[in-house]
Design a binder for this molecule. Structure first.
Ligand code: CU
Length: 496
């Protein structure tokens, strides 16, 4: 058992180490005091919807609020059906959904179903604007495997700030194939969500957002780790076998997660669903927008911290002034603590085989599409369109790519900029073919909708565009560093 005194001391050291590159000297003392590992991990409400005429119906409300991240300090925030973040929407393969989304805020917004295969007009991207006071009611069917998806605001030029203030939540899909595996699946007990977000606060408790040119370039990072909206929380582990569904819901921070005692985690799912078999890892890299489900074993009296350990400097990022600037804020820090006093035995062991994961053969690809990610300094950066795909910043009136319904395609994504970018494609799940010509690591050999492309790296993915065509309403592809997306690193495609 760690003494309170020790925890406090560790918290001060940890916070100073983290804050150094982000804040000017002397500013730290003015920020809200943070005690680590005292606030319990909140478990978001889970909604199953109401069945109406064969449809599963959810009612969501986008709202402004004030949330108490720190004792006696109210932070102006935003949420879905609450002050900050939203409920877990529980759906099942084969469901017909209707989701009524009412915008009670004073600014326009959208709600995008990240990772979900659906018609473009139901996607909740920048074209499906919900004005203040309006209700948007998309209807779509769930026709993809069990997986951990999510939803978030996707307003043109306002995505980053709206998500930063709290407009995001989880969207689970269940199916029979997953049920048969008897994985830990009791919500909030042995199957818990972890939404990881780093945030920066002012001394009055308000969010600090985009105060420097550096925030604009690297995307907004903070020195306070929130998990499900609680700063540096602690969780009392109920079972010896815990399934953690992790979403990197941060605007810009890439995590390399590990446990403080180096224990193994078994990754069982990627963005798009279960892997073929569990993959044992000691570290897990997760970029903004990505999800990973892991299963972790706990013993009685365990006390372990989930933390971020920076990866060794990578090629281009480690070079030159820009490289130094981009990499300098990557310090190790703690995220949350797990305490297991008397965890109960698991109902069943983790199976060695999970599911057959959908795949496509390269020879079936109708074409290879090239995407070059880059950034431009100078006026473009100042005016907020400094990030490009194929040399172009996003234009909501321009369709960048036209894809034939049913086609299998390879996308070759090359990163010519000095920093990594997580590349996300709406509507589909893909498989990673290779990274710089090499097979991806085993834990990336599943369905994905977001892939991190390092500085100087070329990643090839393969997918199929099926079921839904619409010549007028586009889907998006973009960098999931939300400040980059808002500053131009996004394009539009139609399936025709
Ligand atoms: Cu980016």
């Amino acid at each position: 058992m760690v003494s309170r005194r020790f925890v406090l001391k560790a918290a001060v050291v940890g916070a100073a180490g983290l804050a150094l590159p982000l804040y000017r000297a002397g500013e730290l003392s003015a920020k809200p005091a943070i005690e680590k590992f005292v606030r319990p991990l909140p478990i978001p409400e889970q909604l199953e919807g109401e069945i109406d005429n064969g449809r599963r119906v959810f009612d969501l409300s986008l709202q402004r609020g004030r949330h108490e991240f720190f004792p006696a300090l109210a932070t102006p925030s935003a949420g879905i059906n609450g002050d900050y973040l939203g409920p877990v929407l529980r759906t099942r393969r084969g469901d017909k959904l209707r989701i009524n989304v009412t915008n009670t805020m004073s600014e326009a917004s959208t709600l995008h179903w990240h990772g979900v295969h659906l018609p473009a007009i139901m996607d909740g991207g920048p074209h499906q604007v919900i004005r203040p006071g309006q209700t948007w009611s998309p209807e779509f069917d769930i026709r993809q495997p069990a997986s951990t998806q999510w939803y978030h605001a996707h307003m043109y030029h306002r995505t980053a700030v709206q998500v930063y203030f709290g407009l995001a939540g989880l969207f689970y899909i269940d199916d029979d194939a997953a049920d048969r595996l008897h994985l830990p699946s009791e919500y909030g007990v042995d199957d818990i969500p972890l939404v990881l977000q780093d945030r920066s606060f002012n001394s009055d408790g308000s969010f600090s957002y985009m105060s420097s040119m550096r925030d604009r370039m690297t995307g907004m990072k903070g020195d306070v780790m929130l998990v499900n909206g609680a700063p540096f929380p602690v969780h009392q582990v109920a079972s010896k076998l815990m399934r953690l569904r992790i979403l990197n819901g941060s605007n810009a921070r890439i995590y390399n997660l590990e446990f403080s005692d180096g224990r193994t985690m078994q990754q069982i799912a990627t963005d798009g669903g279960l892997l073929a078999r569990p993959v044992a890892l000691r570290q897990l890299r997760l970029a903004p927008g990505e999800r990973a489900e892991i299963v972790v074993e706990f013993s009685p009296d365990d006390n372990v911290v989930l933390r971020h350990k920076p990866l060794p400097n990578r090629r281009a990022v480690s070079r030159g002034m820009m490289g130094m600037m981009m990499g300098a804020d990557d310090q190790p820090f703690e995220i949350m603590q797990f305490r297991a006093t008397t965890p109960v035995a698991a109902k069943s062991a983790l199976p060695s085989h999970l599911v057959k994961v959908r795949n496509w053969a390269s020879r079936d690809a109708a074409k290879t599409r090239k995407m070059v990610l880059d950034m431009r300094m100078g006026p473009a950066m100042m005016f907020g369109n400094g990030f490009t795909i194929n040399g172009k910043a996003m234009d909501i009136k321009r369709i960048d790519e036209r894809i034939r319904l049913g086609d299998v395609e390879i996308w070759e994504i090359r990163n010519d900029s000095p920093m990594p970018h997580p590349f996300h494609i709406h509507d589909i799940q893909f498989r990673i073919l290779d990274r710089n010509g090499q097979r991806p690591p085993a834990n990336e050999m599943g369905l994905k909708d977001t892939v991190l492309v390092d500085a100087g790296e070329t990643v090839r993915i393969i997918t199929q565009f099926e079921n839904y065509s619409d010549p007028d309403n586009p889907y998006m592809f973009h960098c999931h560093i939300l400040e980059h997306e808002d500053a131009g690193m996004m394009g539009q495609f139609v399936v025709i």
